[in-house]
Design a protein around this ligand. Structure first.
Ligand SMILES: C[S@@+](CC[C@H](N)C(=O)[O-])C[C@H]1O[C@@H](n2cnc3c(N)ncnc32)[C@H](O)[C@@H]1O
Length: 218
């Protein structure tokens, strides 16, 4: 059986001409530019996606939640590593939901993946059902990061990990912006009651490393 949480009515979407501007503000790819972004993201974000899955090293039976799955690359890699488990995700972009579903049709059809239109502030999952939750290149879009971490914590089992992977430029203005974002992620995890906070730096080829900020649910 195929289970899909459909996008809400897109009537509130802005006219196409304004979509790019609004997207920069709210992090919701839409329209033609959103579609183009969905094609490019697997390549552009490959280091963060790969590093996160390696770092998490899920067990075959794990249930994992991904926030902001975008075109569904990490979700696919996680599903391959959890043949007896579940990968679920929420993303607030209808364009990305469609792309991720297409990329993961087999896992969705087998009932091993559940992709939903939604946001981390209100998750359509029951308490304690996930072993881990992840978000790649997404945290800085959260409007209320501590509240989002609290809600993600609700659906994690005690001891479950929440990890945010982002780019870590090594110098320049990008370094300062990233540093502030990483500090905010750690603070939000702490405010939401996560323990064992950790910042891992995964050295990557190219101009930036991958930073993984994580915590454990009590
Ligand atoms: C920069 S893309 C990253 C996609 C993917 N994780 C990757 O690294 O390739 C950010 C994604 O997060 C989603 N997103 C941003 N803020 C969100 C929010 N508050 N709730 C749900 N999804 C969100 C966007 O729709 C987009 O698909």
């Amino acid at each position: 059986m195929m289970t899909i949480c459909p996008p809400e009515d897109d009537a509130a979407a802005p006219p196409e001409a304004f979509s790019a501007l609004k997207w920069r503000r709210d992090g919701r790819p839409r329209g033609l530019l959103g579609w183009i972004a969905a094609q490019g993201m697997p390549l552009v974000n490959r280091r963060e996606n790969r590093a996160l899955v390696e770092w998490l090293a899920p067990a075959p039976g794990d249930a994992i939640l991904e926030i902001g799955f975008g075109p569904g690359v990490t979700a696919r890699a996680l599903a391959r590593r959890t043949p007896n488990g579940l990968v679920a995700g929420v993303d607030h972009s209808a364009v990305m939901l469609r792309r991720a579903l297409r990329r993961n049709l087999a896992a969705v059809a087998e009932g091993r993946m559940l992709l939903c239109h939604g946001s981390p502030e209100r998750l359509p999952f029951r308490d304690g059902m996930f072993d881990a939750a992840v978000a790649v290149n997404v945290f800085h879009f959260f409007a209320a990061p501590a509240a989002a971490c609290r809600e993600i914590g609700r659906v994690l089992r005690p001891g479950g990990r929440l990890a945010f992977a982002t780019r870590g430029p090594r110098a320049g203005r990008g370094y300062d912006i990233a540093k502030a974002r990483h500090a905010r992620a750690r603070q939000s995890l702490a405010e939401a009651g996560f323990t064992e906070l950790d910042t891992a730096i995964v050295t990557a080829r190219g101009p930036h490393d991958v930073i993984i900020i994580s915590g454990r649910r009590r």
